[in-house]
Structures are given as structure tokens and as C-alpha cells.
Design a protein around this ligand. Structure first.
Ligand code: CA
Length: 224
């Protein structure tokens, strides 16, 4: 599981945020100062997979923390928490090497979505998993729990796309373009057929699916 570092001196933000992230299954280290963050980030322990930094920290400020961590860890996703009217914070934050920012006050669900997106982007592009489904794109193999799924090529492509975007709606247009043909026009009956085959292979009840969800009028969503 991914290990996250939160650097935020405001306990009223740090503590509930850490709790929300832990509920998502992440291991979370929360610290209140830049000094502690730098000490942890430089340690020999498990490397953090993503770092959330408040810009306004006492002592070593968030920008400097970001710059120093970035110098050592060029690839780690860094997310900034900025003040509401902190336009300068945002620009400076991106200059200092942050990948993204969230403006306070933020909705926890929004921050969680950003965290997921950055972790996914940073993970191996060939391997993805959601719930008990695991996908190896390079080997074109898929598993449900310990059992390998026997999928036709389009079924595999469809499942791989939905799992990579797990929890989010993928539009029918995007599915048709990415799984079938980028110049595809016309009926999505083919997609409907593949969805029902795929549901059967995933052991879903077609009348009451819990994983491969139809979002009426929009597309599909894989729910882990
Ligand atoms: Ca602060």
C-alpha cells in the first residue's frame, strides 16, 4: 500500500485528513513542521509515494520543503495545500516542483481523488489493480483474486481501461475510441454485449452488478 506524508501545522486539517487517507487504506505519516518533514523524507525508512505540503508552515516554509524534497526525489508526486487567495502560492509552488495544488478550504473527497490520480499516474503503467481485480497490461493478463480471468482481447482492453480509472466514470465515447477504434461512429451495441460478457466472467449478477456499473446516459464505472 502507498505511504503518504502530510506536512501541515494546522492540526484541525492534518488530523482529519490523515484519518480520511488511512480509511482509504494508505499508510500516513503526519508532521507539523518542515524540519520534521525533511528529516522523515531524508530518512532510510520506507520512501513516501506521495507528499502533501501546506505552503504556510512556520520555520522552513512549504515552498522550501518542496524544493528540497524535489531535489532528492525527482519523481515523487507533491501536492500543495494553498490559502484561498494564494495565487502567488500556486505559481511559486509549481515553480518549486509541486505537481498539483488544492486550495483551502477543500473537500476531502476532492483531495482523495487527486491523490488517487497522482498515485496511479506514478505507478507502473503496466500494472493496475482495483478491489480484487489485477491487470498486467504488458502480459495482457487479468486476475480476480487468485484466479486468472480468461478474457477475449476487447474484454481485456475494456476491463483494463475501467480498472485504470476505477471509481470514475469513463464515457462511452472514450471507451469506443480507446477500445474499439479512434474513428468509431455508430451504435454502442457492441459495447453493451461486451459489458454483459465481462460481467458474467467477473461473476456479476447482470440485473444487480456491484463492480461493473452502468452510468445511465454517460458510460461505465468500475467500482472496487
Ligand atoms: Ca499552515
Amino acid at each position: 500500500m502507498a505511504r503518504l506524508l502530510i506536512v501541515e501545522d494546522d492540526e484541525g486539517i492534518r488530523v482529519p485528513l490523515a484519518r480520511a487517507l488511512e480509511r482509504e487504506g494508505y499508510v500516513v505519516d503526519g508532521v507539523a513542521s518542515g524540519e520534521e518533514a525533511l528529516r522523515l523524507a531524508a530518512g532510510d525508512g520506507d520512501e513516501h509515494n506521495l507528499i502533501i505540503i501546506d505552503v504556510g508552515l512556520p520555520g522552513v516554509d512549504g515552498l522550501e520543503v518542496c524544493r528540497r524534497i524535489r531535489a532528492q526525489r525527482p519523481a515523487v508526486p507533491i501536492l500543495f495545500l494553498t490559502a484561498q487567495d494564494g495565487e502567488l502560492d500556486i505559481v511559486d509552488g509549481l515553480d518549486a516542483g509541486a505537481d498539483d495544488y488544492v486550495t483551502k478550504p477543500f473537500r476531502v473527497s476532492e483531495l482523495l481523488a487527486r491523490v488517487r490520480a497522482h498515485l496511479r499516474r506514478n505507478a507502473s503503467p503496466d500494472l493496475s489493480e482495483a478491489g480484487d481485480i489485477r491487470i498486467d497490461r504488458a502480459a495482457r493478463r487479468a486476475w480476480r483474486g487468485g484466479d486468472e480471468l480468461e478474457l477475449a482481447p476487447k474484454e481485456f482492453d475494456l476491463l483494463a481501461l475501467l480498472v485504470a480509472e476505477a471509481g470514475r466514470v469513463v464515457t462511452r465515447e472514450r471507451i469506443m475510441a480507446e477500445v474499439w477504434d479512434e474513428n468509431w461512429f455508430g451504435s454502442t451495441k457492441t459495447l453493451d454485449m461486451h459489458v454483459s460478457w465481462l460481467r458474467r466472467k467477473l461473476g456479476e449478477d447482470a440485473t444487480d452488478p456491484h463492480h461493473l456499473m452502468t452510468v445511465r446516459g454517460v458510460g461505465l464505472r468500475f467500482e472496487p
